[in-house]
Design a binder for this molecule. Structure first.
Ligand code: NAD
Ligand code: IPM
Ligand code: MN
Length: 346
């Protein structure tokens, strides 16, 4: 059986890194049938299309996964295309888990003194369908000195409970430690809900050791003592911020992978980084985040052996310094992708 996968390379370095991820999937002989879509800034500039009519239904009904590059282009006002396409798909496909592993593959890559690969191996569960990202709010007297601007932090019992449960389940399959991070001391209504739900759900997982950190302390602890963390669960906005921090302690954004997941449904896999306009077109973007995201996609598709082979090849590339300049190597994007593809095929 082959899995139908939609590929959305997007903007900037998106197409550069996705080309390498696709090449690695092909080298791994993953049983996947790919279909590429041209959604992104160029398309928007050409005909004003963000997510075309019917695209969402097509993805939902006919594809098992989406391999996504990045969206973001200085020529598009307010990044309307990114909001419609990326956030649109997260919300409309109800991809409530944003899964972002933070794993150190080589001691030389962490800026944290004395930390080893054993110390930095955590899994972040970022809520992905609500919170400050829900788009609830508006402007009043926009553009005047009296302007009012509001984005509401929308949290639902259902939304909070399902991300907490997903994180508990994952902790069960790992070192059985789960930390929840919020800002309930200041956001008493919204994060009070997180606190209450957390305490209730935790009762069902007595085998999982739980802890709670306010997000400011969580940020500090990820730097000071990352070994404290096994699984970390948090809200949409805090997860966004903490996972860039997480990327920084394991070698940088170029390595970081993610899955936007609704178990059993069409889910979207993408590197954590954006379109990186500062390096786009130069052939120097690190493709390993995109390649690792493709491996996460294979796991979602049930292709565990393929996922493991890709993960091993990425780890080898890092240890053997077959990497781009952001990781201290000398390879181009294409050369790095070729090396990993070769390692996977061997
Ligand atoms: P960015 O992630 O694009 O870049 C941040 C820094 O990291 C830059 O210096 C960049 O050169 C570097 N970097 C990123 N990816 C790299 C890689 N693979 N290899 C080497 N270096 C890499 O973040 P930004 O500059 O804040 O955002 C640029 C655009 O991308 C914005 O429009 C933003 O909204 C968008 N964005 C999109 C996504 C997404 O599509 N998922 C994610 C983040 C940002
Ligand atoms: C990410 C990105 C997005 C987010 C942006 C592009 C809306 O930063 O995937 O981490 O904030 O979720
Ligand atoms: Mn981000």
């Amino acid at each position: 059986m082959t899995h139908k996968v939609a590929v959305v390379p997007g903007d900037g370095i998106g197409p550069e890194v996705i080309a390498q991820a696709v090449r690695v999937l092909e080298a791994a002989r993953a049983p996947i049938e790919l279909k590429t879509f041209d959604w992104g800034a160029e398309r928007w500039l050409k005909d004003g299309t963000t997510l075309p009519d019917g695209a969402f239904e097509d993805l939902r009904d006919n594809f098992r996964a989406i391999l996504f590059g990045a969206l973001g282009d200085p020529r598009v006002p307010e990044q309307v295309h990114a909001r419609d396409i990326l956030l649109g798909l997260r919300f409309r496909l109800d991809l409530y888990i944003n899964l972002r592993p933070v794993r150190l593959l080589d001691e030389r890559l962490t800026p944290l003194k004395g930390k080893t690969c054993k110390d930095i191996d955590l899994l972040v569960f970022r809520e992905n369908t609500e919170g400050l990202y829900a788009g609830v709010g508006g402007n009043f007297k926009k553009g005047t000195p009296d302007e009012v601007a509001i984005n509401e932090d929308l949290n639902t019992r259902k939304g909070v409970e399902r991300i907490l449960r997903a994180a508990f389940e994952a902790a069960r399959g790992r070192r059985k430690k789960l930390c929840m991070s919020d800002k309930a001391n200041a956001l008493t209504f919204a994060h009070g809900l997180w606190q209450r739900t957390w305490k209730e759900v935790a009762k069902e997982y007595p085998d999982v050791e739980t802890s709670h950190l306010y997000v400011d302390v969580a940020a500090m602890e990820m730097v000071r003592a990352p070994e404290r963390f096994d699984v970390l669960v948090t809200s949409n906005m805090f997860g966004d911020i903490l996972t860039d921090l997480g990327a920084a302690i394991v070698g940088g954004l170029g390595l970081a992978a993610s899955g936007n997941i609704h178990p059993g449904r069409c889910s979207l896999f993408e590197p954590v980084h954006g379109s990186a306009p500062d390096i786009a077109g130069k052939g120097v973007a690190n493709p390993l985040g995109a390649i690792s995201s493709a491996a996460m996609m294979c796991t979602h598709l049930g292709e565990h052996a393929v996922a493991a082979r890709i993960d091993q090849a990425v780890a080898r590339a890092v240890v053997e310094k077959q990497v781009t300049r952001d990781l201290g190597g000398t390879l181009t994007t294409v050369q790095c992708g070729a090396w990993v593809a070769d390692a996977v095929a061997r």
